[in-house]
Ligand binder design. Structure first.
Ligand code: AMP
Ligand code: MG
Length: 492
């Protein structure tokens, strides 16, 4: 018997179910065996109006363990397709995710989705499960990105179980409950590339809910191809900004397939992602990505490539190629504007000037050549007037670092301004804590013993990563020399 859960009067619905039947399958999650609420996230809960008491209720555990329904809403798995590693992969879909419905709040709508909750008609060869290891990683990364101010899906709860799951070894199953205004992906549009009626329905749905400005305000119906091009341009703008934000914190997604690209410009589907420790421009975080398609320095270009696949799927609506191309024409300029603006702030520059490109190249070249720590190199630069030695200590050979610093100081002297104000501003945009792989790994190993205190401690620093906390110094440190590197791959 599936229980219907109201969770203290939330205003619930399921807008995705208004789409034609081909968009989804109604399918119940498979309840986890011996479910245990390993962690619940009060920050995400507050977004949908749940308080701490609600998170402790048996109803909440049932919902997040796959044994309850949100109100009486039938859970859905949605259909999508996509390009994986540059190749058309055909139909994919929610193979292990269930959309429970959405919650309307004064600040907007949040969909609630379970991930790792059992097989669906889109599971293909998969078992429908997610292992605890990858679920902890998704849970932590969502909140790390939110703390950094980067658009992302959110993580509401993490439920562990005793269900065995076979990967390289036998592990146990877990479910992450995620929140997002929408989980629609580029791949949802690609799925309907040859179906005018469905593509139009999807466009209408996405525009109505999230891109209302793409419709003409007056004068009746907007032509679908015009609306599609406007939406594409808006998605491209959001994606360009997202790429700038990823680059500036050293985040590598790892699997930027078109089915993992959010139509809202959110970071979506955390798998073999990584925040860089030692900077390497062509760093590959995913061990399954042997060719480096999704290396750090490839991400903005891949995003653009993915936007072209989205554009192609809109042709069925009668969009002409030149119109689609012109919707994407400013992607590079938008990316560069956001990236340069962000980099200028991180370096404490008053604005980006044309001749700052040399300083920029010198910066990345220095970090790359010496494999300096990405996060600390920026953070300690804020304090370089007071403690240049701490910054220089990040470089095995301090001479090239000193030479760069000399140029940087000339640049700062040219702009003038108050050094203390600059230092404070730089500390507000250069995190001291990021979700380094070895920190996530410690939290995973504790969670595998049933201990969530490391998850909790990590979230404490990650939710406000710009503020140093006494007692949490080791969370700012790179892995110790010789600490085994944790390989992350598509196995999840
Ligand atoms: P991902 O690489 O996680 O983005 O997943 C690509 C596709 O494979 C999506 O359609 C997923 O739903 C599906 N998938 C991944 N893992 C599983 C699994 N264990 N069971 C069923 N489907 C899965
Ligand atoms: Mg995915």
């Amino acid at each position: 018997m599936v229980e219907s859960i109201s969770l203290a009067g939330l205003r619930t619905g399921c807008s995705f179910a208004t789409l034609p039947r081909g968009f989804y399958a109604q399918v119940d999650p498979r309840p986890l065996r011996e479910p245990r609420l390993l962690h619940a996230n009060p920050d995400a809960a507050a977004l949908i109006g749940l308080d701490a008491a609600a998170l402790r209720s048996p109803d909440f555990l049932a919902l997040c363990a796959g044994s309850g329904r949100l109100a009486d809403i039938p859970p859905l798995a949605t259909a999508y397709s996509g390009h994986q590693f540059g190749v058309w992969a055909g139909q994919l879909g929610d193979g292990r995710a269930h959309l429970l419905g959405d919650v309307q709040t004064p600040a907007g709508v949040w969909e609630i989705q379970l991930k790792g909750s059992g097989r669906t008609p889109y599971s293909r060869m998969g078992d429908g499960w997610a292992v605890l290891r990858s679920s902890v990683r998704e849970y932590l990364a969502s909140e790390a990105m939110a703390g950094l101010g980067i658009p992302t899906t959110r993580a509401l709860a993490l439920v562990a179980s005793s269900d065995p799951v076979v990967r390289e070894t036998v592990e146990t199953a877990a479910v992450v409950t995620r929140l997002a205004p929408s989980f629609v992906r580029f791949g949802h549009f690609e799925h309907w590339s040859h179906s005018h009626h469905e593509q139009q329905a999807l466009l209408d749905y996405v525009v109505e809910h999230w891109y209302p400005d793409c419709r003409d305000r007056v004068g009746g119906e907007t032509d679908p191809s015009t609306m599609a091009c406007r939406m594409l341009a808006a998605v491209a703008r959001r994606t360009a900004r997202l790429m700038a934000q990823w680059q500036l914190v050293g985040f590598c997604h790892g699997v930027m397939n078109t089915d993992n690209m959010s139509i809202l410009g959110l970071t979506l589907d955390y798998g073999p992602y990584g925040f860089m420790d030692a900077f390497q421009a062509d760093h590959i975080c995913n061990h399954s990505d042997t060719a480096g398609r999704y290396a750090w320095n490839a991400q903005p270009a891949v995003a653009r490539w993915n936007l072209y696949r989205l554009a192609g799927s809109l042709r069925v609506l009668g969009c002409e190629v030149p119109a689609l191309e012109s919707s994407l024409a400013s992607f590079e300029a938008d990316f560069l504007a956001a990236y340069r603006d962000g980099l200028a702030r991180k370096l404490g520059l008053d604005a980006w000037r044309a001749d700052d490109a040399e300083l920029e190249e010198g910066w990345w070249g220095l970090l790359h050549a010496q494999r300096a720590d990405f996060t600390l190199a920026f953070r300690r630069l804020a304090d370089v007037d007071r403690d240049a030695d701490a910054w220089l200590a990040l470089f095995a050979d301090p001479e090239p670092a000193r030479a760069w610093l000399d140029r940087y100081r000339v640049r700062l002297a040219e702009q003038g301004g108050d050094a203390d104000a600059r230092r404070i501003a730089m500390r507000q945009v250069n995190p001291v804590y990021v979700l380094r792989n070895h920190l996530a790994q410690r939290a995973i190993e504790a969670a595998q013993q049933g201990d969530a205190t490391e998850i909790d401690r990590l979230l404490t620093v990650l939710r406000d990563p710009y503020t140093e906390r006494p007692g949490f110094e080791c969370y700012a440190c790179p892995p110790a020399a010789g600490e085994p590197v944790v390989p992350v791959s598509c196995s999840s």
